[in-house]
Design a protein around this ligand. Sequence first.
Ligand code: MG
Length: 390
Amino acid sequence: MLIATIETFILRVPLGGKTFYSSQAKFPERNSLLVKITTDTGLVGWGEGGQYGPPEPVASCINHVLAPLLIGTEAGGPVVISERLYSFSRDFGQKGTYIEAISAIDIALWDIWGKALGQPVHMLMGGAFRTSVHAYATGCYYPDRPWDQEQIIADIEVEAASYVSSGFDILKMKVGLLSVEQDMERVAAVRRSIGPDIRLLVDCNHAYNAVTAIRIGRELEKFGVHWIEEPVVPEDRAGYRRVRDAITIPVAGGEAEFTRYGFRDLFVEGCVDVAQPDLCVCGGISEWIKIQTLASSFGVLVVPHVWGSGVALAAALQALATIPPLPHTANPIVLQNEPIVEFDRKHNPLRDDLLVENFVLENGFLQVPQGPGLGITVDETVLRKYLIPA
Ligand code: MG
């Protein structure tokens, strides 16, 4: 079974009036870079590379550098192919675009391999610990309109309550765009709205230096927060350690980290309690397996970061199915030793419309797709609707 073609697709959907902000970025659109690999036997595999950064460099890397290396070669054995691609690009691509491109190709090859063997990816990875994954709602971003703190507080209370009424019992909100005082008012409003029993996660998107992050962390302790995400910039591993040593809230991070080597440094230096490799960023499923193994040896729970299209979410669900409870216990408890899946709640047609299948939230859980490969079917009519000409 040989690789016959490798095609890339840049998808883009303007969000118009639904534009939102994190502490780092304005989100006026959704975009995704998808790759479609077709074999000489007619099998098709889909992958995705990158998260919210511009998809063009990743597409270029695949089209002009990596695809020519692969066309006409054996399509099986994604681990072997990924290892070879990383070795090829090591001298100039240990992080960033090259790894995102390898991620996309790797995910597509796992999809093909599963279809060739008639098994879902999680079975090829060794089997599933769970057939559905406890989901958390990511929301409570910043709106795209003139700031009115009173209105924002009123709106965020309504938004947070809406997630609880749609079945979530874990919610993640954003901080870091405003002053500590203004953001703590937002956190207080969300906690007031959802009550004491809903688990609350707080994502800083690396808005702070260590000393401010510690100040924020101590404030968040009063609101029963279950993790603080990316408190400092990803390069500041000493800062991560300072924050982790200073507060009792678990520290999460890693969505902007790459490969086993990047995560090794996070673990060895004691930076995180929860590691968040993004399947479409960290090196794909092949590299994610190594990161998960490393994490388990350091007692770090892995909760993949999920952004992008339905392809990215399907890949994450396949991987999540395979994570053992950490540590093992007769009664695994969510977040204590059971992983969760990120389910962003902002408008995303690339996730909600692109696939023939729908992701269904039932009692706060998302089902792991059970069909061969990633277990999904890309609707190419929808794909063409969002396609940007190359
Ligand atoms: Mg995040």
